[in-house]
Design a protein. Structure first.
Lengths: 46, 247
């Protein structure tokens, strides 16, 4: 999430930085965004 | 709000926060370079990301990301209106990295301010016309509820609104402190001379505020927010050893 928003990195760059597959980076980013959205009250907690 | 809408809103805030943080980070670096300060001592978090970074230990990256995510979350909360920090008009500069390093945590960690919210409020004055008011002369006023200073006779004495007050210097700041029934008042100035800080103190009120007569010509309120209890000791550093209780 930090790489995406603060460093303005693409998912491909994030995957390279984290040394993981593109799909893995997408999953982590999606989960991180969901967590942050819940923390900010944009989404209800599970 | 459904998931897709929530994530779209998050992306919008995140892009905005990221852009502002990058701008502020560049400005901070420029200021540090002008001042000849080492970036190693900067409060700005740098991931140092590059092709060689993939060999770094994963926990280093995780720790850096955790720190930055916490900062982004705090900033997004602030921008999302969930903070009790007041930003007047179209001011857009009160973001992490904008604030003087010693005041930044107090105003950024809004989520942890419940112990002090509505009780220990810090108000900052600067020159709103500047691109970055924190880069110029700034004055701060703060009422520390429940505190009482015990001054040493040898310290720099002045009279503020009929009260015995003391002037202290701390790095590039001057502070004036005095005791009231409600607690202790502190007025601090950065890049402001001793006399200007004393003048501001004479116009300070327990709101807290500094009346316009006590402010330098172009100064106005630029920030108001609760002071994190964890930062109170630092804020009172010029008076260490002179305080009998804290907020």
């Amino acid at each position: 999430v930090a790489l995406r928003y603060i460093e303005d990195r693409s998912v491909a760059e994030i995957a390279e930085i984290l040394d993981c597959a593109l799909g893995t980076a997408k999953v982590h980013l999606h989960r991180g965004r969901l967590t942050l959205a819940r923390r900010l009250g944009l989404l209800e907690e599970d | 709000m459904d998931e897709q809408t929530a994530l779209a809103e998050l992306d919008r805030r995140g892009r905005e926060a990221g852009t502002r943080l990058r701008i502020r980070r560049r400005a901070h670096h420029r200021r540090a370079e002008r001042a000849g300060a080492s970036l190693a001592s900067s409060a700005v978090v740098s991931l140092g990301i590059g092709r060689g970074a993939r060999r770094r230990r994963w926990w280093l990256a995780a720790a850096a990301v955790a720190v930055i995510v916490a900062g982004v979350a705090g900033y997004l909360q602030l921008r999302g209106g969930q903070s009790d920090l007041v930003l007047g008009g179209d001011r857009t500069y009160l973001v992490p990295d904008d604030l003087p390093p010693t005041f930044e945590p107090a105003l950024v960690t809004q989520g942890d301010s419940s112990a002090t919210a509505g009780k220990t409020v810090l108000v900052a004055y600067g020159e709103p016309s500047r691109a970055d008011p924190w880069d110029g002369p700034t004055l701060f006023v703060h009422l520390v509820h429940g505190a009482e200073f015990h001054f040493e006779d040898s310290s720099d004495r002045v009279t503020i609104q009929g009260h015995d007050a003391r002037v202290s210097r701390f790095d590039d700041s001057w502070s004036v402190a005095w005791n009231l029934e409600e607690g202790s008042m502190v007025v601090t100035g950065r890049d402001v001379g001793r006399d200007a800080v004393v003048t501001a103190a004479r116009e300070a009120t327990t709101e807290p505020a500094i009346d316009a007569e006590g402010l330098p010509g172009d100064s106005a309120e630029v920030a108001r927010g609760p002071l994190d209890a964890a930062r109170v000791p630092w804020y009172l550093a010029p008076f260490q050893g002179q305080q009998s209780s804290s907020a």
